[in-house]
Design a protein around this ligand. Structure first.
Ligand code: MN
Length: 450
């Protein structure tokens, strides 16, 4: 297939080599993601399974990788789509198994319909099988049969598969620390997203449809060579912003609205994730500006904590403290700061965590808890910092003008050896910078506290 894909080269072999010792007597079975359908027989564009892609680079459906840490030969075996002239006419040319083995560095490759007959011998000497039950009917059957045979064999010979484990326990921690090629892709995804935001945000104005902003963003992603959006783009005007995963983007923006725009490009399967909140009027002022400044300050406090050696929970705690204190200043919460933090009364308005991991998946599967405690940030980890405040439209206790407002600000952070780098710093975030980007008339600067 002719492809215009560019970008860094991944060292899949090094990733597998690093895995073998950890896999020990285990066998890892990774099926390709299925083709998914929008409705009837209309297919979505194919998105490879993140774990399979991470370890092998395989990016087509109807395949299974079998990786055996203990084996002296056929350590990495691929089962690939069968050649089929009729199917290839519709979905593209397939390669012979030998060609696939060569291209993907597998020790052997077989047609997928030989999985059921070849797997028993390949799994017989594993003591545990790493496989996520339910991801593939074909693999489910193979694994159930292997465990059944393993039970009989362990009784007679003292070996054979006896444990089933989730591949995430093996891979999540490794995927949390990015290698240089991954960082390069994540940078590109972030750069593309920043540029598309710079084009799309000035289109936010009273009378425009949320869908117009969505179209500009996603067009901007594709025009710059991204795979497409990494997740469903959110353009939420006014009270729509109080629905955290609002994705209909079917509302019309009103002149007085604050508009939350949360979107990210996917570049070579790596995700970006940025949020900006902008006023349809072009200028932030009054109580809404105060609200925005609270979230902005929370973002600053959270970023200030991001460094190697810091605990992830400290990032959230730093943001939470500023949010709670801001809600008291705004007159939304009526208590002392200690009381607000103790009772977590702020959660009514800030219901989500400040960060998630970012990588092949927008919500990358790195751990949020490890041995009962928070994980420590390490160099080359990638996370978002995204405090937000959502003031429900039906909350009668709120100060005038704040009900039905949502503000979220989200940036991407790469932990470095000495601190942290904000990869999305090219997109304005201070009120003045946003006003300028939106084409509004900047207000005279108001003096801030020393
Ligand atoms: Mn996010």
């Amino acid at each position: 297939m002719r492809t215009g894909n560019s970008g860094p080269t991944f060292d899949y072999s090094a990733r597998r080599q690093a895995l073998y010792p950890r896999l020990g007597r285990g066998a890892l079975l990774l099926p390709a993601a299925p083709v998914r359908y929008k409705n009837a027989d209309s297919e979505y564009r194919y998105r490879p399974d993140s774990e399979l892609l991470y370890l092998t680079g395989w990016d087509q459906p109807d395949a299974v990788a079998l990786i055996r840490g203990f084996a002296s030969e056929r350590r990495f075996v691929l089962f690939v789509p069968k050649r089929d002239a009729k199917a290839e006419l519709w979905s593209g040319v397939r390669s012979e198994p030998e060609e696939c083995a060569e291209r993907f560095g597998a020790d052997a490759a077989y047609p997928i319909d030989e999985l059921a007959t070849r797997a028993p011998a390949l799994l017989a000497d594993a003591s545990e099988i790493w496989y996520r039950l339910g991801t593939s009917g074909r693999c489910d059957r193979v694994v159930r049969a292997a465990l059944g045979r393993g039970r009989a064999r362990r009784v007679r010979e003292g070996r054979g598969p006896g444990l089933l484990a989730d591949p995430g326990a093996l891979l999540d921690g490794v995927r949390a620390v990015k290698d240089p090629a991954e960082i390069e892709c994540l940078r590109q995804a972030a750069d593309i997203t920043v540029e598309a935001f710079r084009e799309a945000l000035p289109l936010v104005r009273g009378g425009a449809g949320e869908w117009e902003i969505e179209a500009a963003l996603e067009g901007g992603f594709r025009a710059r060579g991204a795979d497409g959006p990494a997740f469903a783009t959110i353009v939420a005007a006014g009270a729509n912003a109080c629905t955290l995963h609002y994705a209909a983007n079917s509302g019309r923006i009103e002149e007085g609205d604050l508009v939350v725009v949360d979107a990210g490009a996917e570049f070579r399967s790596y995700a970006a994730d940025i949020t900006r909140t902008v006023p349809a009027s072009g200028t932030l002022s009054g109580l809404r500006r105060d609200l925005y400044e609270v979230v902005l300050a929370a973002r600053g406090a959270a970023l200030g904590v991001c460094a190697p050696g810091a605990e992830l929970d400290c990032v959230h705690r730093a943001a939470t403290r500023v949010i709670a204190s801001g809600l008291i200043d705004l007159g939304v919460l009526d208590s002392s700061l200690d009381e607000a933090l103790e009772t977590r009364s702020y959660r009514r308005y800030f219901p989500h965590r400040t960060s998630h991991w970012l990588g092949l998946d927008t919500h990358d599967p790195g751990p949020y808890r490890r041995d009962g405690g928070p994980p420590t940030l390490l160099p080359s980890m990638f996370l978002t910092v995204e405090p937000g405040l959502y003031l429900p439209p039906d909350d009668r206790d709120l100060p005038d003008g704040l009900a039905g407002c949502g503000v979220r600000i989200e940036d991407e952070v790469l932990i470095t050896t000495t601190g942290a780098e904000v990869l999305t710093a090219g997109l304005p975030i201070e009120v003045e910078g946003l006003d300028e980007l939106m084409g509004g008339s900047p207000e005279p600067a108001t003096p801030t506290d020393p």
